[in-house]
Design a protein around this ligand. Structure first.
Ligand code: ADP
Ligand code: MG
Length: 593
């Protein structure tokens, strides 16, 4: 062995600065959108009130960001492309209270290493502007150039000298989409600053400086969404949570329309995403993500933003408390959303689906319809209640007057109840509504203290696996607090002694399995959330099912009870419970307008 072993000379060498910069650059700059993010943030840090972004080829060919901010003096300009040169941080201590968006002094140096860059800038105090260039990390001397006050940074031919990275870029449409997304997020976070984006000379987005958050959302995503949003405003000590949540029907398969702003910095943080998701529990399918625009403000010392060079992850000092506060605040807002699915929306969806099936026109405009025109602009229909004339001298009707629910009722396919409204009709999913009613009343009872139990005359025995029985055991006491009385009966059997009295059709075996499913799916949940989940599932399995024939009186009583709920409009899994066709929906459906 030894004799034949070749001697390999160690060849460790210190990387040249050029290569080092290219490697470091990869951490900060992944694609045109990262260039856009860094440059726009610099403009904001410089106090700009108007920021313009010009892109070519999705930003791969050119990203140019112009601002009317402070500008740089000639001697500062020399340092702009030098790594770890920043005007925003002097002491390590400053890391604890960062107020600016940038602070690492890496962005411009990185761009200088992997693109052909230039800066033209002028301060208010200076007679003339100055220009500097940097390509492949070679920095030119500043020279005089005419310029307005402010700064314009150009980044051309991104990755021209790193072919492997350049090949990695996606289509123009994809890169443009990401770049736009970056600007839109930043624009939503910065009321008081105007933004304009052009692509290959065409304007693709703009918001004016004086537009507030809601107006910005409307401009970015359309009136259909912005009109349906519900305001959030909560406070816990010095922590404030404000913004808007959207009704569950706007939910999507991804988190792209969730915007979190932390002290005006856009963040994408797992804890925040999870808190938002939790607050829609019972209103959304598990696989769907809500839409929301939320802003958290807190003492910068309570949060660490320096986790990752791209600076979007954060670490909270009092994470648990914050989580609870966020979920509670949002949940209140979510409950007050208008949940009914407007019939017009179904019609729109059908039309969109048809349009998608048509041959693709191929232009970018097809990917990005004019911003602000999210296909349909429609005023939201307020929830209608039929006005019942009442004889003089009688007391005003209670909010749950049963006259509000007027027949005739028609059961369709043994699953849906159709009933007339003043200017249209409504289709109700009988199972979904019943489930919601049972769940809401159980939760209300739970919050009042204890859920009333109906003891079974003869305990029902349910056969389980050993593992299932031992999974149940630690929860038995808590379960009895919500009216589910179980006891181990040997190693593989559970005896059901009692169930919540409110359940209309309790099926002991189904409920044991509901409890197991909840425990299975909920390892990280707080005990109270786990119990709520159990109630969800129990309500689902003890409700009128699709296929059950209902009498007139049963339909009426279901609808009357539904009326008294805050949120009877989705089932606990987030499916809609009712679809409503009123005036405007019918007009759309029949193309009368
Ligand atoms: P950072 O933003 O982390 O400080 P950058 O590399 O992004 O690092 O920028 C380096 C420095 O260049 C900044 O600290 C700032 O002084 C200056 N600078 C960059 N962009 C602008 C701008 N648009 N207006 C004024 N100064 C700027
Ligand atoms: Mg910066």
């Amino acid at each position: 062995m030894h004799a034949s072993q070749k001697i390999v000379h160690p060849r460790i060498a210190v990387l040249s600065e050029r290569v080092r910069n290219q490697i470091a650059a990869g951490e900060v700059i992944e694609r045109p959108a990262s260039v856009v993010k860094e440059l726009v943030e610099n403009a904001i840090d410089a106090g700009a009130t108007a920021v313009r972004v010009d892109l070519e080829e999705g930003g791969a060919q050119l990203v140019r960001v112009s601002d009317d901010g402070s500008g740089m003096a000639q001697e500062d300009l020399r340092l702009a492309f030098v790594a770890h040169a920043t005007s925003k941080l002097f002491e390590v201590d400053d890391l604890d209270h960062i107020g600016s968006l940038g602070f690492r002094g890496e962005a411009l140096a990185s761009m200088g290493a992997i693109a052909r860059c230039s800066i033209v800038t002028r301060t208010r105090a200076s007679e003339t502007g100055w220009k500097i260039e940097c390509a492949g990390a070679a920095i030119s001397e500043p020279r005089e150039a005419g310029a307005p006050v402010g700064t314009t940074v150009e980044v051309r031919e991104l990755f021209y000298n790193v072919p492997a990275r350049r090949r990695f870029l996606k289509t123009t449409a994809t890169e443009l989409g990401r770049a736009l997304d970056v600007v839109q997020r930043i624009a939503l976070a910065h009321e008081g600053i105007g933004f304009t984006v052009t692509h290959d000379g065409k304007r693709v987005f703009d918001v004016e400086a004086n537009m507030d958050l809601l107006a910005r959302i409307r401009r970015t995503f359309g009136a259909d969404l912005s009109d349906a949003l519900v305001r959030v405003d909560g406070r816990d000590g010095d922590v404030r949570l404000s913004g808007y949540v959207a009704p569950p029907r706007f939910a999507r398969g991804d988190t792209a329309r969730q915007m979190w702003f932390l002290n005006s910095r856009t963040v994408r943080d797992k804890v925040l995403v999870r808190a938002l998701k939790d607050s829609y529990k019972g209103f959304l399918f598990d696989s769907r993500q809500p839409v929301a625009f939320l802003s958290l403000s807190m003492d910068p010392a309570k949060v660490d933003v320096n986790v990752h060079p791209a600076k979007s992850d954060v670490r909270f000092r009092e994470e648990r408390r914050l989580f609870g506060f966020i979920v509670n605040t949002l949940r209140e807002a979510v409950r007050t959303c208008d949940m009914a699915t407007p019939g017009a929306r179904l019609v729109e969806r059908a039309v969109e689906r048809e349009a998608r099936a048509l041959p693709f026109s191929g232009s970018i405009a097809a990917h990005y319809p004019p911003l602000g025109a999210s296909s349909h602009v429609r005023e939201r229909e307020p929830l209608r209640v039929v006005d019942v004339p009442r004889p003089a001298g009688t007391a005003p009707p209670t909010p749950v007057a049963s006259d509000e629910v007027r027949g005739p009722f028609l059961q369709v396919a043994r699953t849906y109840i159709v009933r007339p409204l003043g200017d249209g009709f409504e289709i109700v999913d009988q199972h979904a509504l019943h489930e919601r009613i049972q769940f809401e009343s159980l939760v209300a009872e739970m919050r009042r203290g204890r859920i009333e139990t109906q003891r079974l005359l003869v305990p029902e025995l349910v056969e389980l696996s050993r593992a299932e029985v031992s999974a149940l055991e630690p929860h038995l006491e808590q379960l009895s607090g919500i009216g589910i009385e179980l006891a181990a009966f040997g190693a593989t059997t559970i005896a059901v002694h009692g169930l919540p009295a409110r359940l209309a059709r309790p099926r002991p075996k189904d409920i044991v399995h509901a409890v197991l499913a909840a425990i299975e799916g909920a390892r990280a949940l707080e005990p109270e959330q786990l119990m709520e989940d159990v109630l969800h599932r129990a309500a689902c399995r003890s409700s009128v099912m699709a296929g059950d024939v209902l009498s007139d009186e049963e339909m009426r009583s279901l609808l009357v009870r539904g009326k008294s709920l805050v949120s009877d409009q989705t089932c606990v899994h987030g499916r809609p419970t009712r679809v409503r066709f009123v005036g405007a929906d019918l007009e759309r459906a029949f193309e009368r307008r």
